[in-house]
Design a binder for this molecule. Sequence first.
Ligand code: SF4
Length: 485
Amino acid sequence: MQASDLVGCRYRLVQRRAHPDVPATPAAQARAERADAARAAVLAHLPGPSKNFRCLDLDTEADRWEREMATLEAMATGAHLITHAAFAYDTWQVDVDALVREGDAYLPLLITNHRVARRVQSAGSPSLPAVPTHRVGLSAPLELPYRLRHHSVDGYRLGMAARALEASDLDAGRGLIIGQDRDTAFYVDTQSYQPALERALEAAAPANLPTSPRRLKECADCRFWHLCEPVLRARDDISLFLPGDRGTPYVERGIGKVQELIDASLGEVSALAQAWRDGTVLLKRPEFVAPPRADVEVDIDMEAYLDQGAYLWGAWHAGEYTPFVTWAPLGGQAEAHNVAAFWQWLMQLREDAHAQGRTFAAYCYSAHGENHWLRMSAQRFGTPSPQEVAEFIASPEWVDMFSYVKRGFAGPHGLGLKLVAPQAGHAWAEDDFDGEESVNARRLAVAGDQHARQRLLDYNAGDVQATARIREWMSQGAPGVAELG
Ligand code: SF4
């Protein structure tokens, strides 16, 4: 058992033991490759060996047991930095990207693709001890204005590593974690993870594992779906329609099947269950209102890479797609110039409209990401200014289409752009290019792959056109959508 078995679906552990040969999905493989790439990039930036700093890199090709033994031996030599360590303990095992010596003990160091800490702005806010990646094991920690973000799987890994170190009497009581900001290693208290780890291990004990599947969000990307789905369908399980805990209130009332939910006539939820059964994607609510329109309209969609920055601002205006894009590393001049160019273009469009006495509106489908990266760009680069961004976001000229869609429709599978736009008659050039794929394509694009670059631009162009199409379709009253209730 590994830390990843302790999060999400516990039935996965049952399936993994029963069907060990089912291969990982392509998406999971791609995630693993990204994690490997992150690990390699960070390990390359850890301090190298010197007279007073002994480093040992354990052989990742070695058999697992050999690596575990090599880890114990490496610690016994007192090496300052041990990379690719591995431990086995009780019923579980854990890989530790590095062990960093601190006095007579070791700190486990974990490298992850999660955002592990968030910068805090206000005076008097908490701080976190941290050290630059290239000074790990060499420099004393500095207090940085960050707050830790919790990811269960990372906490379990660090908690497991601490337990394994404790078994050798070498636990320092704290660890290090490096996330999307590859240059900073944050110190964490590994003791604080122990109670949650204890509970998770208890829940994963064979006697406590579920005996049958229940559909969760993660089923969509699970290697065992082809085994679980027939079981769920055969019993018309309510989780097919209401995954995870969403079905629990009904199960507690004795409603465990989709058909029972339909027959219970419980208003919207029963109507949506019927829609799910019929394959209906959208129902129109009585509260439906068309979005506001303007003389000059532009649809916006932004693509960001992890926590590193926004690399593409795409705009659809007057039947033309205009991308503002950079393939250079994010966080520097290239990103600053790109967002400034986009902002100036957008503001010029608005100014021209106003000068001609025309109304202006910019549309976005769920503006959360765009607002975040506009604010972050303002904070980091100064153009646009924080005030300009705040005024624009708060203005009626920035229209979040998703708020109108949410008010106007209900759907058994949610109201994501990819579900709603086809109802409005939009088709993407490439069907299977989702968010996960775009993250992979971005990696290739940065490495110079022209095909990946074009795919990302086409994907973005598809999204802005989809937003425009929904807007027009809703203005016509969303023809073709049945009324709810
Ligand atoms: S398909 Fe769903 S229920 Fe089955 S093991 Fe995977 S996550 Fe669990």
